[in-house]
Write a protein of this length. Structure first.
Length: 166
């Protein structure tokens, strides 16, 4: 199956005007998964999930599709300070899945309490539908709290960590 940008734009427009909650489309060289944000029925979020075994051409094609469709975007981590913890930012789960602190069993965790992370550094993995999604830091920060145990199922919007932005 081939899908050009015009077809993609028409498809996304029709989906955004419908009651469809989830949509999955796979082609020869791409996979597109769209889920409506359950807390905001008017916003469609795009979870272009990529398996670590997917080849570079597929990832490049997914990036190309995402770059050319500005109204479809990846969910972002919340940046809200919890009550009584001023200065701390909550990193929340952008999807339903299983939380992993390390890339594989027996390996060192990506972060520990007290770790300083940089923008783009992987802080955890969320497994959803057998796909491993690396969650990266959106800012330079220090990990203050890790609120989820390794291997635990998490919900969309659940607080995973609290950090202090640096």
């Amino acid at each position: 199956m081939k899908l050009d940008h015009e077809d993609l734009n028409r498809l996304l427009e029709k989906i955004s005007k419908s009651d469809i909650q989830e949509f999955l489309l796979e082609g020869e060289d791409f996979k597109l998964e769209i889920k409506r944000n359950l807390f905001d029925q008017n916003q469609v979020t795009n979870n272009l999930v990529s398996n670590t075994s997917v080849d570079k051409q597929t990832i490049a094609n997914q990036k190309s599709i995402n770059d050319n469709v500005p109204f479809v975007n990846q969910p972002e981590a919340s940046q809200v300070a919890p009550p009584g913890r001023s200065g701390l930012i909550e990193i929340t789960s952008p999807m339903v899945g299983t939380f992993y602190r390390a890339a594989a069993p027996g390996e060192e965790p990506f972060v520990e309490v007290g770790t300083n992370v940089k923008v783009g550094q992987t802080i955890c993995i969320l497994e959803a539908m057998k796909l491993m999604n690396e969650i990266e830091s959106e800012f330079n920060a220090e990990i203050i709290e890790i609120l989820v145990e390794n291997g635990t199922p998490v919900e969309f919007g659940q607080v995973l960590m609290r950090v202090k932005q640096s």
